[in-house]
Ligand binder design. Structure first.
Ligand SMILES: [Zn+2]
Length: 144
């Protein structure tokens, strides 16, 4: 498919949400925090970062992806995600985008980047606990 203004809008909203803006930690040389996500949001809105909605570019088990060579985020749908757990995946990919769009660090490793993305996703879920509670079914399971 192609560039999606709707996905850019949804991404801007997510990255400016209180749950994402509360994220604040460091792993290895990478500081992951609200101002970093605001820089990603600005790049998305200012179109210096690509946003593509094309499920054919994603593996069957992939909800989203950040493609470093082209500096673009790829999503399955223009709404990005339908629930907190899917948005966790978007936050994970945006953390890779945050790291890739900062000054290059020779001391940063793939493991640092992956660990940071998973911690950011987990913190996003923790900070979204009220939304997660609304999405849970009466038997305690989550509806995906
Ligand atoms: Zn990752």
């Amino acid at each position: 498919m192609a560039d999606s203004p709707a996905a850019r809008f949804a991404l801007n909203d997510l990255l400016r949400s209180s749950a994402v803006q509360k994220i604040d930690f460091s792993i290895g040389p990478y500081a992951i925090n609200g101002p970093g996500y605001l820089r990603v949001a600005a790049a998305v809105v200012g179109r210096s970062m690509g946003v593509d909605v094309d499920p054919k570019r994603l593996a069957a088990d992939e909800g989203a992806a950040y493609e470093a060579p082209t500096n673009e985020l790829v999503f399955r749908t223009a709404s990005l995600a339908l629930n907190t757990v899917q948005r966790m995946n978007v936050v994970h990919e945006c953390t890779h985008a945050l790291i890739a769009n900062r000054r290059f660090r020779w001391d940063g490793t793939y493991t640092n980047s992956e660990a940071a993305a998973y911690v950011a996703g987990a913190l996003y879920v923790a900070y979204s606990v009220s939304a997660l509670a609304r999405e849970m079914l009466s038997d305690g399971s989550l509806d995906f």
